[in-house]
Design a protein around this ligand. Structure first.
Ligand SMILES: NC(=O)c1ccc[n+]([C@@H]2O[C@H](COP(=O)([O-])OP(=O)(O)OC[C@H]3O[C@@H](n4cnc5c(N)ncnc54)[C@H](OP(=O)(O)O)[C@@H]3O)[C@@H](O)[C@H]2O)c1
Length: 331
């Protein structure tokens, strides 16, 4: 597996990482835990060195599972996790955003224990907390870096201005925002530009459009009530029918390149910038292998121009989150 560097930080990771959220959170009934641990280890065996989790996934159980899976490989992998929410340790009920320095410290102590590690390789703020100035957040992470509890600082779903302010206090290694062929905000909202200017790596989350851009879903797909996609405007049958044109485009390009639809979706992201590292998620080994194969799919300038032209003529229908959650992004 090829490697990439996350911006100027020098943090080197596999060109494609593994998003671990869906292994037991947000995607309907959780698959067998042992099988998911085996899947994470299979990813390591296939050259993946970049793993993404968060305190809120579960809460807590995703970090515990990822920690157990990666324990034998600690020295060869980069583990990223996130803080940013108030979580009752007893009931594990979520109580809104909280990036106060005390909460960040408590979250880090908990993540270190659950992940069974001494240092978090990459620690992201999950969402910008309007109650805590970003300078205070960056200062709190800076102190944790000085103590050796954290190596690199990241932000998630932040606006470009917030990234700049944070970076002025503690250099930001990576920004994890949603970016894919149907979520192209980073190209126009200053995020890609800020990353380029400041030497920050971009880690696109939901790079397969939460599954839609693979062609495996469509207007007739039944989404389980406990699958988070059930509440997302882009996953109504009407939106999926309208957005099918994007999947058809990826499929058409794939047929020409002997690549799958999912592989073209990922190869398109990889082709945007050399410091972009997508983190697709899957619970299935054959899909993991398919997704990693995207690193070998080379889109030519003509392919990219065709995608740009054709995608530009398709108006994506449906917001990516309901209004209350949309409001927590891009701050
Ligand atoms: N920072 C944030 O706020 C944030 C938000 C969301 C996600 N994330 C991170 O990003 C990671 C990935 O995001 P995501 O899981 O939302 O979306 P994604 O990676 O775009 O898509 C994952 C979905 O696509 C399906 N899939 C994967 N590969 C496939 C393939 N080759 N063919 C057909 N279907 C395929 C998976 O189903 P199967 O399991 O059935 O294969 C899964 O439901 C997460 O694990 C998490 O670490 C971060």
């Amino acid at each position: 597996m090829q490697k990439r560097k996350l911006g100027k930080s020098g943090l080197e990771v596999s060109a494609i990482g593994l998003g671990c959220m869906g292994l037991n959170y947000h995607r309907g009934p959780a698959p067998d835990r042992k099988e998911m641990i085996a899947l994470v280890r299979a990813a390591v065996e296939r050259g993946v060195t970049f793993f993404d989790t968060a305190e809120i996934y579960g809460p807590f159980t995703n970090e515990e599972m990822v920690g157990e899976a990666l324990a034998p490989f600690r020295d060869t992998v980069v583990i990223a996790t996130k803080f940013g929410f108030r979580i009752d340790p007893e009931t594990v009920k979520q109580g809104g955003m909280d990036s106060s320095p005390a909460r960040i410290r408590a979250a880090v102590e908990g993540s270190l224990k659950r992940l069974k590690i001494e240092t978090i390789d990459l620690l992201y703020q999950h969402r910008v907390d309007p109650e805590t100035p970003i300078e205070e957040v960056a200062g709190a992470v800076k102190a944790l870096i000085a103590e050796g509890k954290v190596k690199h600082f990241g932000l998630s779903e932040s606006g470009a201005n917030t990234v700049r302010r944070a970076h002025a206090v503690q250099s930001v290694t990576a920004l994890q925002n949603e970016y894919s062929l149907w979520t192209r905000g980073p190209e126009t909202n200053g995020v890609l530009q800020a990353c380029e200017e400041l030497g920050i790596g971009l880690v696109p989350y939901s790079p397969l459009g939460k599954g839609f851009l693979t062609g495996a879903m469509g207007k007739d797909t039944k989404i389980a009530a406990d699958d988070f996609r059930a509440i997302l405007p882009r996953f109504t049958p009407e939106a999926m029918a309208a957005n099918q044109a994007l999947v058809d485009l990826l499929k058409r390009i794939g047929e020409r390149k002997q690549a799958t639809t999912a592989q073209v979706a990922l190869a398109w992201l990889l082709a945007q910038k050399p410091w972009i590292v997508p983190i697709p998620g899957t619970t299935k080994l054959h899909r993991l292998e398919e997704n990693l194969g995207a690193a070998d799919v080379e889109l030519t300038a003509d392919d990219l121009a065709e995608i740009q032209r054709a995608a530009g003529a398709i108006a994506v229908q449906g917001e990516r989150y309901p209004p209350a959650l949309m409001a927590t992004t891009g701050r």
